[in-house]
Design a protein around this ligand. Structure first.
Ligand code: UDX
Ligand code: ADP
Length: 464
């Protein structure tokens, strides 16, 4: 059986970086080279100021970097040397042409596959690590087989289940590792080679081997089910607000049923992140493509509910502030799509801020990890108004107290722990009155804040 001693990973992002760092940490005899076209990103991986914020990651990187973990922009050399190549490039939703807004844009995957095909002189196992639509492996295989030169490729699907903010722990102690491959002797041998790598630290019974397409579809299905739980509880949050029920009590009550379980039932301003929406859109696109409109509509509703939740939150702010926020300062605490990450992809903050700006609010933001440049880039991407206007109307602060000073309202968007321990009395004293606080994450002690004088509106909490 092939014993792997050299790995290359194309793409040094949120998936490729942490995954390879852990593989290198746990398999000191394997040389792992992570490559990227983005030279700035590669340079940052070589410093202690890593390009992504992920608790515990620096320690892992430091342990392996220079020993058997390397970061490089020399993509061809790394491909040529490796026996196994992970593809961890980004696969955003298409913003143009056929399948716009739904299908995954596979141009980065295709480019990487072509590069592998052109450069390879020895047999290789190619591992799909990015989130990809079902049957992408087939396209990769087709591209690779065109070039041949006697070189043999095996394509595996090994979807990533790590969640940002807890990536290192998720990689160290995964619920399962999924490896899909062709059920041919060559395919099975490749599956075993990858299984051997994970078996360095993951119990074998947690390593699930499947056919290629089952693995690809399982990744989309897992994310669709998780996102569906959030949309389900968020739909109930709207009902709670009008009936006077409390969504956290409802979530606790239903979560104690072991068939339902307590996780992923936290009502919020809406889910974000690079995977949930993209993967569901992929499922919708696939279902439509295969002539299953009812299946497509079923999953589409999870996205519709999420969009509704974000809109509802912004609308609630405007309504509560006497139907106008024009010229009023609204402070957003948090911009990242969840705590403990600097990733902002599809964050609810972007949409809430955009709606408030469209109602001519002055928005001020504080996030402990997200730089101002990322916030402006997110807003400009929506193209609702000229970039210059975004710059003028949205102010970014490096201090929560400054962001909230003289504000008419504060909205908690991200559940950063540090927001719980702010001096809320000081914040209240420096705000315009009545001082509104919209808790999009239900992380604060509402009773205490109410006693201070705040007018609290929280997700899924009816009026007392
Ligand atoms: C997700 C999957 O969890 C992971 O397995 C997959 O590999 C990639 O996609 P990630 O997007 O990093 O991971 O974060 P996750 O923790 O799943 O949160 C996604 C969004 O849902 C966040 O915006 C989060 O705030 C929100 N969320 C999560 C809720 O609103 N309520 C919850 O109960 C849980
Ligand atoms: P993910 O969350 O899926 O890891 P990221 O955007 O964080 O997504 O990372 C993907 C990385 O892949 C980016 O750093 C990007 O520069 C890199 N990338 C995209 N296309 C290529 C390519 N053809 N060759 C090398 N790297 C690439």
């Amino acid at each position: 059986m092939t014993k792997i001693n050299t790995i290359c990973c194309i793409g040094a992002g949120y998936v490729g970086g942490p995954t390879m760092a852990v593989i290198a940490q746990k398999c000191p005899e394997i040389k792992v080279v992570v490559v990227d076209i983005n030279a700035e990103r590669i340079a940052a991986w070589q410093t202690d100021d890593l390009p992504i914020y992920e608790p515990g990651l620096l320690e892992v990187v430091k342990e392996a970097r220079g020993r058997n973990l390397f970061f490089s922009t020399d993509i061809d050399a790394a491909i040529e040397e490796a026996q196994m190549i992970f593809m961890s490039v980004n696969t955003p939703t298409k913003t143009y042409g056929l399948g716009k807004g739904r299908a995954a844009d596979l141009k980065f995957v295709e480019l990487s596959a072509r590069r592998i095909a052109e450069v390879s002189k020895t047999d290789k196992i190619v591992v799909e690590k990015s989130t990809l639509p079902v049957r992408t492996a087939e396209s990769i295989k087709t591209i690779l087989s065109e070039y041949k030169n006697g070189v043999k490729f095996q394509v595996l699907s090994n979807p990533e289940f790590l969640a940002e903010g807890t990536a290192v722990n998720d990689l160290h102690y995964p619920d399962r590792v999924l490896i899909g491959g062709d059920q041919t002797p060559g395919g099975l041998e490749a599956i075993e080679a990858l299984t051997d790598i994970y078996a360095h630290w993951v119990p074998r019974e947690k390593i699930i081997q499947t056919r290629l397409w089952s693995s690809e579809l399982s990744k989309l299905t897992a994310n669709a089910f998780l996102a569906q739980r959030i949309s389900s509880i968020n739909s109930i949050s709207a009902l709670c607000e009008v009936t006077g029920a409390d969504v956290d009590e409802v979530a606790y009550a239903i979560g104690t049923d072991s068939r339902i379980g307590p996780k992923f039932l936290k009502a919020s301003v809406g889910f974000g992140g690079s995977c949930f929406q993209k993967d569901i859109l992929n499922l919708v696109y696939l279902s439509e493509y295969f002539g299953l409109p009812e299946v497509a509509a079923y999953w589409d509703q999870v996205i519709i509910m999420n969009d509704y939740q974000k809109k509802r939150f912004a609308r609630n702010i405007i309504h509560s502030l006497f139907n106008t926020v024009s010229g009023k300062k609204i402070a957003l605490l948090g911009w990242a799509f969840k705590k403990d990450t600097n990733d902002t992809r599809e964050s609810a903050a972007i949409y809430v801020a955009d709606d408030l700006l469209s109602d001519l609010a002055e928005v001020s933001v504080y996030d402990p990890q997200v730089p101002a440049s990322a916030m402006y880039a997110d807003l400009n991407y929506l193209q609702t108004r000229p970039a210059a206007e975004n710059k003028e109307m949205l102010k970014v602060h490096s201090d929560a107290y400054e962001a909230c000073k003289d504000a008419h309202a504060i909205a908690i968007i991200t559940e950063w722990d540090e927001f719980k321990t702010l001096d809320w009395q000081k914040i209240f004293d420096n705000m315009k009155k009545p001082a509104f606080l919209f808790d999009g994450r239900n992380i604060l002690d509402h009773k205490q804040l109410k006693n201070m004088g705040f007018k609290i509106k929280a997700i899924g909490k009816g009026e007392d």
